[in-house]
Design a protein around this ligand. Structure first.
Ligand SMILES: C[S@@+](CC[C@H](N)C(=O)[O-])C[C@H]1O[C@@H](n2cnc3c(N)ncnc32)[C@H](O)[C@@H]1O
Length: 300
């Protein structure tokens, strides 16, 4: 990237006319209005509503937290297939601002719903405080949201990748007293808590290896293979997860995110692993994207 023009960034005052011209010039170079609005919001501190307000009140001005030259530089890198989230080191997700960095999966909007499924199950559990785990925590987004949604709980967040653990540590600072971070392979670091976990969430890699080449270059060239590659049929990490479900407390839940079309095969794997009350949950477009299963009470 050469010299970093982002160093020493300053706030800039901008008129609606100047912003409109800059916007037109950038979109003429490529990209989408949604991405440009995202850059202005997260990179320039100009929210969508402030942006709209500015366009309606043509005699006012707005403050940008970065100069237009810097925003243009970031836009050009984005058009060169660099994810904006990595360029800015941030990703808005649920009502949180998650730190991200190359080597760590950028949290996806659909994963936000996994928190709702899991926290509803946790909050309907009679025994509190409970212990939960997030396997393959990446940025720690799920662990942070679950800790905030279930304030009387304690959690453990596991990842194999040291870069992910470093970013997760940063994101989990607000709940550091209630969430432990562990390095290792899926269940292996959780052995001391065998049979004590009331909730385990996971968004494991689930893209079939052969499909990785077809991913959008912005994903394929920048996001970590360890976070994407689900093996030959995309289900390999689920098999590892299901091999360890005896770590669940009787009546405890495993809730996972999966790829589109994987629900029927995954339901069978859940049943073979001995889980009961297997329930599909949908994303906002109505696609089956999450599966929950309960450990029997007691384990057979
Ligand atoms: C799809 S990403 C999910 C990250 C984050 N939970 C999210 O939802 O954005 C999968 C994560 O699993 C981690 N992972 C892959 N294989 C693993 C393994 N064998 N043990 C533990 N974590 C693993 C990756 O490093 C990655 O952070």
């Amino acid at each position: 990237m050469g010299e970093d023009p982002l160093k020493g960034s300053t706030t800039t005052t901008i008129s609606p006319a100047a912003l409109l011209t800059w916007r037109r010039e950038r979109l003429a170079e490529g990209g989408t209005g949604a991405s440009l609005a995202w850059l202005l919001d997260v990179g320039g501190g100009l929210s969508k509503s402030a942006h709209h307000g500015l366009m309606l009140q043509t005699h006012t001005t707005a403050q940008l937290s970065r100069g237009l030259d810097e925003l243009t530089y970031l836009w050009h890198l984005h058009l060169d297939q660099h994810p904006l989230q990595y360029l800015l080191g941030l990703c808005p997700w649920r009502d949180l601002m998650i730190h991200v960095a190359p080597g760590v999966l950028i949290p996806r909007p659909e994963t936000e719903l996994l928190v709702d499924v899991a926290s509803q199950l946790v909050n309907s559990t009679p025994a509190h405080p409970i212990l939960w785990a997030d396997l393959g925590t990446g940025s720690g987004c799920l662990a942070l949201a679950l800790a905030l949604a279930c304030p009387s709980s304690h959690g453990l967040a596991v990842d194999k990748d040291s870069r992910a653990l470093a970013v997760a540590r940063q994101n989990l600072k607000p709940v550091a007293g209630r969430v432990g971070l562990l390095a290792g392979n899926w269940w292996q670091p959780l052995q001391p808590w065998q049979g004590q976990l009331t909730m385990v969430v996971s968004n494991p890699p689930y893209i079939p290896t052969a499909a990785l080449d077809q991913l959008d270059p912005v994903v394929r060239c920048h996001e970590p293979q360890l976070a994407l590659d689900g093996g030959a049929d995309g289900l390999q990490c689920f098999r590892h997860l299901l091999a360890g479900v005896s770590a669940l407390a009787p009546g405890g839940w495993l809730v996972v995110e999966h790829g589109q079309g994987q629900a029927p095969a995954l339901e069978q794997l859940f049943a073979i692993a001995g889980l009961t009350t297997i329930t599909r949950h949908q994303d906002l477009e109505g696609n089956d994207r999450f599966l929950a299963g309960c450990a029997p009470h007691p384990w057979p």
